[in-house]
Ligand binder design. Structure first.
Ligand code: ZN
Length: 272
């Protein structure tokens, strides 16, 4: 339900602006991926009337672009062999390996951050500020196990000229500044951001597979959409006979980003 709420909001928002809704699969971490998950997510989106425009984008097919980005970033990179264990008690990376600016084997590639404040205007939260030195530290762009890091892949993909708006959960808010920082270094333009509150249980934990949120039942797509619209601050009323397309059409007529509550109502499985 949490994922549906965010997906629906992004769909309604961009469609109402006359744009295209794109789906990207962030599949750059094979060891952590569940092979059936992608097709299940896509099936679920379609069952809920959320049809994407253009072809699905797979990050796993963008290795060339990420490699190119790493080359452009070279003056800002260094090669770190610190182990996870040695950094365990430390909140921010202390810059231990900053002097290693030529490639060395068995190392993670980090991007040096400057002591400057990153500013951006969020469409939900207003002006956001972050000092990368104080909040993030030199961060990894390419992992020691030869996988691309999330910040690099996301910065390259979200910085493409056809990506104008990114609407996502507030759990990702803190990733925006390091990603915008990379986009600036890569001469890419950051999109407009909107970070929505996330759906939580009564104890404040976010709904996810890890927190044992009930799976979304595609067979009751209409009820799910009705609940999702409610969470987003809209009052569609009760329409037992409506199919997903009708719920979506109603949503498109009434969608308003400023109506989304600052904090979403607490999730309740009983309301479905
Ligand atoms: Zn290091």
């Amino acid at each position: 339900m949490g994922s549906l709420v965010t997906a629906l909001a992004s769909y309604l928002d961009i469609k109402q602006r006359g744009g295209h809704w794109l789906v990207r699969i962030d599949d750059i971490d094979p060891p952590r991926q569940d092979s059936g998950a992608t097709s299940k997510i896509l099936r679920s989106l379609q069952a809920h009337g959320l049809q994407w425009d253009q072809s699905i984008i797979y990050q796993s097919r963008h290795a060339d672009q990420y490699k190119q980005a790493l080359t452009t970033l070279k003056p800002h990179l260094f090669y770190c062999r610190c182990t996870r264990k040695s950094l365990k008690e430390i909140k921010l990376y202390p810059g231990t390996c900053r002097e290693f600016t030529t490639v060395r084997s068995d190392s993670a590639t980090r991007c040096r951050v400057e002591d400057a404040t990153i500013l951006f205007e969020d469409e939900v939260l207003g002006v956001q500020k972050m000092n990368l030195v104080k909040a993030v530290g030199d961060f990894i762009v390419h992992r020691r196990d030869n996988l691309w890091a999330y910040h690099l892949a996301t910065a390259v993909d979200d910085g493409q000229p056809n990506i104008t708006h990114v609407l996502r959960g507030q759990d990702l808010l803190d990733t925006t500044s390091p990603q915008s920082y990379l986009m600036n270094l890569l001469d890419l333009s950051p999109p407009t951001y909107a970070h929505l509150p996330v759906l939580c249980f009564a104890d404040g934990t976010k709904l996810s597979k890890q927190t044992h949120a009930p799976a979304l039942e595609d067979a009751q797509a209409g009820q799910n959409l009705s609940a999702a619209l409610h969470y987003l601050g809209l009052q569609p009323g009760k329409h037992k006979q409506w199919n997903p397309a009708q719920w979506i059409a109603w949503g498109l007529q009434h969608w308003c980003l400023s109506k989304v509550p600052v904090k979403l109502p607490i999730f309740s499985a009983a309301s479905l």
